[in-house]
Design a binder for this molecule. Structure first.
Ligand code: 1QQ
Length: 384
């Protein structure tokens, strides 16, 4: 009897220590192999669908590299992709889902400034950090202290584009054509206007269009009759392609160059406009040929994985994930949004595929823009 009792107590003791061991080891595993969910809101459909797929590719490549390098003990990323449909309403829906249902650590996106200026207010209110990777309109980071971006604004890129274009092309009078129903195309127009005035270039004609327009011949015919030295365009890539090809069909000669803003930075321009795109000048935040070893490795890895060269939007997406990861790694836990925000704000002089990257005090991007020219169907460096 006595022996049985002894056995029973021993059994209980063994069970208890086993449970303790199990609890301790699972807790340890959770601490060592942490995971952070990141919400990715990109335009896979709608007016900006031309950009979303390369953004998604850039993110996936970076996530795969980071998770492979993290090993068993490191912080892993769980990407949750959703389509913002290029509209503010769908951007809001996706942000709400990321914040309330998925409980993400951080949001990357949305693609358009036009969406960001609405959706980002929700994240700001919830205290969830947002990293824009393609928003270039003014007024985005001003939404609040949880809103960051690694994309250079049109206000930063365009003065440089105008300066280089003036030096190399000797232009003194231009016509301007822009979309008047989108935060980015309007911001691009404003930035061009200020930069052109600053450079002593006269705007002799101004025309507008809206998203989804297909026929630009009325505006281009007017522009042609004024004989500008160049045509300055602020448009998303769908409309940009139509404008470029129709200008050449209307016999506006290639000696009258077309100068575009960020919307032009997609190979969709060359795909849609073909030979008409040759000679188009585009201000950009990145060029394939950037010679840093990090960039060369990125271009090669992207090409190996997807069978095509990355565009600027893929590069900004790829860099965005590394920037986010740096902040996530510094935070004590993936649900500490405030600590993630604070770590983002401290990023300075980080080596990225975009160059030496810092956030300004206003959470905007600080690195060097380039000016490109379309040559043989590719974006080549025109000047810096
Ligand atoms: C913006 C842009 C677009 C061209 C992103 C695709 O710069 O909406 O801010």
């Amino acid at each position: 009897m006595q022996k049985n009792k002894q056995m029973m107590w021993m059994g209980i003791a063994v069970l208890m220590s086993l449970t303790l061991l199990l609890t301790v080891s699972t807790e340890f595993a959770a601490a060592a192999g942490k995971e952070a969910k990141i919400g990715l809101a990109f335009s896979m459909t709608g007016a900006a669908a031309g950009y979303g797929s390369t953004q998604k590719n850039g993110v996936q490549l970076a996530v795969d590299e980071i998770n492979a390098a993290a090993g068993a003990d490191g912080l892993k990323l769980i990407p949750i992709f959703d389509d913002d449909a290029s509209t503010p309403q769908q951007g809001v829906n996706v942000f709400n889902k990321f914040i309330n249902a998925d409980k993400v650590s951080l949001i990357i996106g949305p693609t358009l400034s036009n969406t960001a200026q609405v959706s980002n207010r929700i994240a700001q209110q919830a205290g969830v950090p947002v990293l824009g990777i393609s928003n270039t309109a003014k007024g985005i980071t001003e939404i609040g202290d949880f809103i960051f971006r690694n994309s250079l604004t049109e206000m930063v890129v365009i003065p440089n584009t105008v300066k280089v274009a003036k030096e190399k092309l000797k232009i003194s009078k231009v016509a301007v054509l822009y979309g008047n129903d989108d935060a980015f195309t309007k911001a691009g127009y404003e930035a061009f206007k200020i930069a052109l005035q600053g450079a002593g270039i006269t705007i002799i004609n101004e025309q507008t269009f809206a998203k989804g327009d297909r026929d630009f011949s009325p505006q281009l015919t007017q522009i042609k009759s004024q004989n500008p030295d160049a045509i300055v365009v602020s448009a998303l890539v769908e409309e940009a392609s139509g404008i470029v090809s129709q200008a050449r069909k209307l016999d506006i000669p290639k000696s009258v160059p077309i100068i575009g803003g960020n919307g032009f930075n997609s190979p969709g321009l060359m795909k849609n406009a073909g030979d008409a795109a040759e000679g188009v000048i585009v201000g950009a935040a990145w060029n394939t040929s950037s010679s840093s070893s990090l960039n060369r490795k990125f271009v090669e890895a992207y090409n190996n994985k997807y069978g095509s060269l990355p565009d600027q939007f893929a590069a900004q997406a790829y860099a965005g994930v590394y920037i986010a990861y740096q902040a996530l790694s510094k935070a004590p836990s993936p649900d500490n949004h405030k600590a993630i925000r604070d770590a983002l704000a401290q990023i300075k002089g980080m080596n990225t595929v975009l160059g030496n990257f810092s956030f300004t005090d206003g959470r905007d991007a600080d690195y060097i823009p380039v000016v490109q020219i379309v040559k043989d169907g590719k974006f080549a460096i025109f000047g810096e």
